[in-house]
Design a protein around this ligand. Structure first.
Ligand SMILES: Cc1ncc(COP(=O)(O)O)c(C=O)c1O
Length: 402
């Protein structure tokens, strides 16, 4: 990635104590480029209105909403804008979806979740236990990889839904979705993927994946805080989502409640355009795919460097799959012997390095790996704007930590 990309992010120009920040906190939300900031403020300057009216600004709002749905569809390889619903964030959309799915399941029906997932893809499904639905949990191995034998044993003809992450926001593990898809097809269950941590890093193609639902969140891929739900055509129409009689009763609108954040959605469209601007191709889909391949390669190169050199520092342990796996998200969970993760992050913060400590809501994984008591891990996340120099500076900081 080149300097012209970094120039587009005002936050990267900020100087604090004489130095710019190094943002390794991308997995908790990335910085946003100027085009996103402009789209949000331009919306308020020019087109601020509610939807479906007779005058210019409302019609412009309708266009922004539908264009953004279509462009997100291109970003994730979906059939079209009619498959894309918006919400406040991923968690609230998933809760709405789980309530709707809960109404069409019977007591004794089963849902499969995993120990690797973020709580937002566990809690909404665990809540359905109240209705007599059986929720089973696929085990996480000490390697940070799901136990696929356990998965194959737990999925059965009563399984109605498999809800799992595509990439882990703590360990960087990318799950074997092809295998999961095969097993879910065999029993006729729905497959729901939490792609919140995958979407910022690698190309997505929901049709090739064959998933029924997929969720992501724009603030992880250079946009504002907006949750996104993909539902396979026809599926959402069959689900009784909580809704008012005054809203549209069909997809993609039936799961959306109240007035959406139009300005932020204008910002999501700008984030998609920003990503597309990095790639080459004859149309938006090709540009997005190429851009995500380039972003993936850039991040992979830097995370490899960070991984290899961190391992050389005494007392540092890295959790999750090793770098020799073919695909891995550029996110490292580490511990430093004799230091709590919050101490490590405070030390990094003094050097303007922004990194998170804790469990990042992937609390079950930290419990299973025995890391919760000690305050979780320190998480280092690579983004489009991370540079080789920043990796060097981060490694230098770690080498000074004693
Ligand atoms: C993997 C993963 N899933 C889901 C979420 C929840 O997303 P949101 O904040 O949009 O509810 C996050 C947020 O950190 C995440 O990393």
């Amino acid at each position: 990635m080149n300097e012209s990309i970094r120039q587009q992010f005002p936050a990267l120009q900020r100087i604090h104590n004489g130095k710019p920040f190094i943002f390794l906190d991308g997995p908790a939300g990335t910085q946003v480029p100027q085009i996103v900031i402009d789209a949000i403020s331009d919306y308020y300057k020019t087109s601020n209105a509610n939807t479906h009216g007779q005058f210019v600004t409302t019609q412009e709002t309708d266009i922004i909403m539908e264009t953004t749905r279509n462009n997100i569809a291109a970003f994730i390889g979906a059939e079209g804008g009619h498959t894309i619903s918006f919400g406040q964030n991923m968690t609230s959309l998933n809760f709405s979806l789980s309530r709707a799915i809960g109404k069409v399941l019977q007591p004794g029906d089963e849902i499969l979740i995993t120990q690797l997932d973020h709580e937002s893809n566990r809690g909404p499904w665990l809540a359905l236990r109240e209705k007599g639905i059986v929720v089973r949990e696929v085990r996480l191995l000490g390697t940070g990889i799901l136990d696929y034998e356990d998965f194959a044993q737990k999925i059965n003809e009563r399984t109605r839904l498999v809800a799992m992450g595509y990439a882990s926001n703590i360990l960087g593990t990318i799950n074997d979705v092809q295998l999961i898809r095969k097993l879910t097809y065999q029993v006729g269950a729905w497959l729901l993927l939490d792609a919140v941590h995958y979407a910022p890093h690698l190309p997505l193609d929901v049709q090739a994946l064959g998933c029924d639902f997929l969720l992501c969140s724009a603030y992880k891929f250079y946009g504002p805080h907006v949750g996104i739900l993909y539902s396979k055509p026809g599926l959402l129409d069959r689900l009784p989502a909580d809704r008012l009689r005054t809203t549209y009763q069909h997809a993609p609108y039936s799961i959306e409640t109240g007035t959406l954040n139009h300005a932020a959605i204008a910002g999501v469209d700008a984030a998609i355009k920003f990503i597309a601007s990095v790639g080459k191709g004859e149309n938006l889909s090709q540009q997005l795919k190429n851009a995500m391949q380039q972003i993936g390669q850039h991040e992979r190169r830097l995370v490899q460097k960070l991984y290899d050199n961190l391992l050389k520092i005494k007392g540092i342990r890295i959790f999750g799959p090793p770098m020799d796996v073919t695909v891995r998200a550029p996110t490292l969970a580490i511990t430093v012997e004799g230091k709590r993760p919050d101490e490590v992050c405070r030390f990094l913060a003094q050097r303007n390095i922004c990194a998170w400590d804790g469990h990042f809501y992937a609390i079950r994984s930290t419990e299973v790996l025995g890391l919760l008591e000690q305050g979780g891990v320190t998480r280092l996340g690579i983004s489009i704007y991370t540079t080789e120099q920043e990796i060097k500076d981060t490694l230098e900081a770690f080498s000074e930590l004693d």
